[in-house]
Design a binder for this molecule. Structure first.
Ligand SMILES: [Zn+2]
Length: 111
């Protein structure tokens, strides 16, 4: 016996295994992300959160170095180091996002 159900949109017969109705295309059930798909999705979210924290704590440190007591040379050093460091963090961020984004796309639910 094949498992058949009626499509809620066009009342046609649809297999219970179908993700959407073959005649009208009405979505019947959501394809689920696999185990690894879920992990990578959360890794991507976690990675972005960590990068935001890293960037802000780094900018906070630079800000402290630029404060009052530092000499002009130290301030100039902090400004140069700060822009190099910020560029480095942003580069890591973008590369990490591209890699994790690609993996997340690859582990996306398939029909
Ligand atoms: Zn239908």
């Amino acid at each position: 016996m094949t498992a058949i159900t009626a499509c809620p949109s066009c009342d046609g017969n649809v297999s219970l295994k179908a993700f959407d109705c073959p005649s009208c295309g009405h979505p019947l059930r959501k394809p689920k992300r696999g185990f690894f798909g879920k992990i990578f999705k959360w890794l991507l979210i976690l990675f972005n959160v960590l990068m935001v924290i890293w960037l802000f704590s780094y900018l906070g440190q630079i800000g402290e170095m630029m404060d009052g007591t530092a000499s002009e040379a130290e301030k100039a050093g902090a400004a140069i180091g700060g822009s190099i460091g910020t560029g480095f963090i942003l580069t890591v961020w973008v590369i990490g996002d591209i890699i994790l984004g690609l993996v997340t796309l690859l582990t996306r639910p398939s029909k």
